[in-house]
Ligand binder design. Sequence first.
Ligand SMILES: O=C(O)CNC(=O)[C@H](CS)NC(=O)CCC(=O)C(=O)O
Length: 273
Amino acid sequence: MTSSVKVALIQMTSSSEVDDNLAKAEKLIESAAAQGAQFIVLPESFALMEKYNGQKLEHVERDGQGKVQDWMSSLAKKLKLVLVGGTIAVESEIENKPYARCYVYQEDGSLLAHYDKIHLFDVSVKEGESYSESSNTLAGSEPVTFNWQGITFGCSVCYDLRFPELYRYYQTHNVDVILAPSAFTLATGKVHWKLLLQARAVENLAFVVAPNQTGTHDNQRKTFGHSMVIDPWGEVIDELQEDEGISIATLNINKIDMIKEKFPVHLHRKLMS
Ligand SMILES: O=C(O)CNC(=O)[C@H](CS)NC(=O)CCC(=O)C(=O)O
């Protein structure tokens, strides 16, 4: 059983050009691999930030085939690492309503897991800034965990962070590392991003790995950056600022048991549903 893993988070300002985004992400991933990262996580919508909000999506793939899936699989294989692909739009059973899907590829290029974003961002952030993700996306319904090298991971995406019951499910399924690739807005990120990430880590005694989009996108949307890794005690192990780049952190998985032994919050629950 592996007791530590070197993860890398990719922070980028994705545009509305898929090829440009993949080229940019590839450079960052190669640099992270050269620094010894074994497990790399891309942010939500890394391959495409749509120009238009609430309209038909411009690049949607079919499960199992498509440019972005091929790119993720071959890169994972070439660099012999795990690659978590934030989200991409993947056809669902309903026309023009793809899932926002996170694919996880492993070292031989095969698929290890996939997760469909459950909570969709239908909110008004402030005057002139509102989102209607459900108008062009179908919500997933299943929490997803997977095991890699004896470590258990739980999947989530962005707005999911506001729904603690998803993470409580992961706690009851012994998740060691919570993944939360995001495109958190600048306006909400300033107030809520770090707070939510730390809360999810502390209340569930798990690491939280959260790469975010950053900067101003083609569609004029602004995202917050500040990709970070939090340990199960709530401490920020590594944090980026607003520039594009990579964050590399070593997760010492033994730390979870060390904390649970002295501070067994997970055994003190009373109101089980
Ligand atoms: O639409 C895309 O291209 C990429 N997807 C997103 O940006 C998604 C849905 S609009 N954003 C969020 O979930 C932000 C959540 C958030 O910021 C909060 O909870 O405060």
